[in-house]
Design a protein around this ligand. Sequence first.
Ligand code: GDP
Length: 311
Amino acid sequence: MKIVALAGGVGGAKLAHGLAQVLPPEDLTIIVNTGDDFEHYGLYICPDLDTVCYTLAGIANSETGWGRADESWNAVENLSKLGGPDWFKLGDKDLGTHLERTRRLKEGYSLSQITRDFCKAWGIGHTVLPMSDKPVRTFVETDEGELAFQEYFVHRRCEPRVKGFWFDGVDKAEPVRGAREAIQSADAIVICPSNPWASIDPILRVLSPLLSGEGPGVRSVAVSPIIGGETVKGPAAKMFREMGIEPSALAVANHYRGLVTDFVLDEIDAQLIEGIKGLNMRTHVTNTLMKSHEDRKRLAVDMLNFIGRDV
Ligand code: GDP
């Protein structure tokens, strides 16, 4: 079965890793959000892309959910002593990634080429693509004004109240090369349990020319990042609340209404099934919490079986 997975950072990376454990490289393409990319110390940083790649390569820091395992912090500590901005923690190993990526971008390589080369160096066989080679920047409209995504997410620790989002550059950002072929040959698109507002919406906006078309459209399966009305990690539930929507798997399904044909929700949310079916989606209830590597694989297999039942 051929799958295209759309992923943000933490939640997306975990399911992408599960899928990579069970699907051969030629059957899985992972398209990653780049809306939260930014420049810091003159370096080009791609938080979601790096989280996905580090996770697939088995070198991610599983405690923080971002950055590298066995990291040291010499550079940022020294920079902080000199009075430099230290709110975005970049470990020494991680810095190597950003330095080399920035150098190659300046030499004229595209982000997708660089990602392909890095994946090869890290021993990742599956295809990982940034959603576009053109820059897209997520901005958060808050009660304290408009904030660039990392300013809101890391510097301000998601404290300002969210009123909305916009994605600068999205109209000019064509989908990354390879996305069209991958989507056309896919049996299903999997929307990983990532933040619908900040991680998945930018990807959907960029890929929209490939997703909307004549006919029945592509089969797409979303996994809820909201379990029991809360997020496992991150501000998605807070965002729903601040925008006047009660956070739940049903709210996530409603968010993807018209695009998603199948929805996977957690066992503890089983009572929401009828509501989700009412949105014209097939549903599957299972344990969606991925605490261990085994859990990632189990959820991937479970979901593929669900898709396979009527492919
Ligand atoms: P970010 O860009 O680093 O914030 O990462 P994502 O957008 O990919 O992931 C954040 C979302 O992942 C949050 O809404 C979490 O609730 C969700 N998430 C994290 N771990 C899990 C998990 O084990 N299961 C499910 N269902 N969702 C998860």
